[in-house]
Design a binder for this molecule. Structure first.
Ligand code: ATP
Ligand code: MG
Ligand code: MG
Ligand code: MG
Length: 570
């Protein structure tokens, strides 16, 4: 590629409305341009990086046995009605009508569409397990799009969905995906941690997130370098609140700040040792705006309820009576008319951070009986064994597995894998005839990677005051040929043209900076764009048949014989 015929689009000034460094550098390096809030055009340099990430992801997915497909971005509402998420998903789901007034959504994720495909295409256990993936545009009407492509409304995700007849088979594929994700983030040159996570609005039981460590990350993750144990703190904090909230709430007039830190603050303010607090909890659904919903789902867990009780309650439907022996206790504790609680049950998966906000709202509104309640929405199976461990993350220092000391760092969620169980296949009747000739609904897993978010996350970890320092596997170009004052020297031009041709023939992605610019401008632009290798061709070295080499990451410079350049770069 010749710069003179390329859309480089570099900008000197730091854009005023870009808060984080990756957003600033993506604008300055000519990678993206904003179209509207959370909507971006990928300009040529940005698109090159995006394609490199896609390629690594595609290769590792295929290596792990997944098969590529492409589903539509526009999805019919009936599928979402079948799964129940037409009701449940909330305002991140963009709904639209076609000319016949039929309802559609812009896909924020594709469980429904893949379930529709598999229930039609797969009829026998012999065709399973199967793992299908796509690299596709998603739309989520994020309440606060920010940080450029890091949290945009339209973004590119790799999503994979696996189907099984046994839990063991699901676990084997889940493990293969976990390993594929580690391979992907390692190949991309990122410093990352897999952590135990909440399952949010996707649902399911077991789940892990993959976080790129960076100060601008929106999540706190707890981990130790001496141990394999790691967790997303939003989950840990919510679990701590399960113990701490009710007693604190009794003494509470108003919660000022509706966020997860509130819980920790309350524990400190009222000097509540987490272990000694009565285990009481109201689980209730949040409205789309995070306010407690009228259709609240209420459940009080006392110290005398076992995790099995909670697990049983998880399967009861909203509106049906609570299925374990706590109805009386709920009334006793609440002391108010139980009717005011509305339908009782559990099963609306909601995002924990949203629920923590609603929790504060809930506490702020005093109840008639003077008793304040906290609410938490659980999007996961409360009986998971690691929950017991997670209490320790909040409590303090040693790690749950006895190795090392836990520290807390900020992370950017770049991947998320889930064991979904039969949530979608039960709702949408995705089944096969099993070995005994009986109909069986399939067990599902799903596996997401934020392709476009990875580009931003990589910049957060790889930059200096001059610009981006791409890891080799993501760089828009491998090498730039930078001739000095080429337009004044036929010799420089000739060598530069030849080297450009030779490097391309050898398989490198080469940018040939053939602009009529001062060398200083060219160097500054190429450092900003972050191309790993620069070959500088100047009159001075040509007498020795040599060129100057500069490494963007290390800053190391070397003089190379022209004929040795290709070997050196290999
Ligand atoms: P977040 O917690 O950041 O909102 P999520 O948990 O809602 O993400 P998932 O449903 O797990 O996201 O989707 C899989 C992956 O898609 C995420 O791990 C992330 O890398 C990416 N992703 C999700 N939302 C966005 C977004 N608004 N912009 C860019 N990438 C996103
Ligand atoms: Mg989200
Ligand atoms: Mg998340
Ligand atoms: Mg997630």
């Amino acid at each position: 590629m010749r710069t003179s015929q390329y859309l480089l689009g570099t900008v000197k000034e730091t854009p005023a409305d870009a808060e984080v460094i990756s957003h600033q550098l993506m604008l300055r390096a000519g990678m993206v341009r904003k179209v509207a809030s959370g909507l971006y055009t990928w300009t040529p340099t940005g698109l090159r990086v995006l394609r490199k990430v896609e390629q690594v992801v595609r290769e590792e997915m295929e290596k792990a046995g997944a098969i590529e497909i492409l589903m539509p971005m526009v999805q019919p509402a009936d599928l979402w009605e079948e799964s129940g998420r037409w009701e449940d998903y909330g305002p991140e789901l963009l709904r639209l009508k076609d000319r016949h007034q039929r309802d559609f959504v812009l896909g924020p994720t594709h469980e429904e569409v893949i379930s529709e495909l598999v229930r039609k295409e797969i009829s026998s256990y012999k065709q399973l397990p199967m793992n299908l993936f796509q690299i596709q545009t998603k739309f989520r009407d994020e309440i606060r799009p920010r940080f450029g492509v890091m949290r945009s409304r339209e973004f590119i995700m790799k999503d994979a969905y696996s189907f099984h007849t046994t839990q063991a088979s699901l676990e084997a594929t889940y493990q293969a995906m976990y390993q594929a994700y580690c391979n992907i983030f390692t190949r991309l040159g990122l410093d990352f941690r897999p952590v135990i996570a909440d399952t949010g609005s996707i649902g399911g039981s077991v789940s892990h997130e993959f976080h790129v460590l960076a100060g601008s990350g929106e999540d706190d993750i707890a981990f130790s370098d001496d141990s394999d144990y790691a967790a997303n703190v939003e989950l840990a904090e919510a679990i701590a609140s399960l113990d701490a909230a009710p007693a604190a709430a009794r003494n509470l007039e108003k919660v000022a700040t509706p966020n997860a830190k509130t819980i920790t603050a309350l524990v400190e303010q009222f000097n509540l040792p987490i272990e000694q607090t009565v285990k009481t909890l109201i689980v209730h659904a949040a409205d789309d705006d995070g306010k407690p919903s009228k259709d609240l789902v209420a459940l009080i867990i006392r110290g005398d309820h076992t995790l099995n009780d909670i697990k049983a309650a998880k399967h009861s439907k909203v509106g049906s009576p609570l299925q374990f022996a706590s109805d009386e206790k709920i009334r006793e504790v609440i002391g108010a008319s139980p009717g005011s609680l509305g339908p009782v049950g559990l099963g609306i998966p909601c995002i924990v951070d949203r629920s923590v906000a609603c929790l504060a709202d809930f506490a702020a509104g005093a109840n008639e009986d003077g008793f304040h309640y906290f609410g938490i929405n659980w999007g996961r199976d409360l009986a998971l064994p690691e929950i017991a461990d997670l209490r320790n993350v909040v409590a303090g220092d040693p790690s749950p597995d006895g190795k090392g000391t836990l520290g807390i760092a900020r992370g950017i969620e770049v991947g998320h894998i889930f064991q979904l169980g039969t949530k979608y296949s039960d709702a949408m009747k995705v089944g096969v005839l099993n070995e005994d000739g009986k109909h069986q609904n399939l067990i599902m897993g799903c596996y997401g990677i934020g392709i476009s978010r990875i580009v931003a996350a990589a910049i957060e970890q790889n930059h200096d005051q001059y610009g981006i320092k791409w890891p080799a596997s993501m760089a828009p170009f491998d090498v730039v040929v930078l001739p000095m004052n080429m337009h004044k020297s036929a010799r420089v031009q000739e060598v530069a043209e030849q080297l450009y041709a030779d490097l391309r023939a050898a398989g490198f992605d080469v940018l040939f900076d053939d602009r009529k610019e001062r060398p200083g401008v060219m160097f500054a632009d190429m450092e900003l764009v972050g191309i790993p290798h620069t070959i500088v061709i100047g009159e001075r070295n040509l007498d020795e048949k040599a060129v100057e080499y500069k490494n963007r990451r290390t800053g190391e410079k070397e003089t190379l014989k022209i004929e040795a350049v290709i070997e050196f770069l290999r």
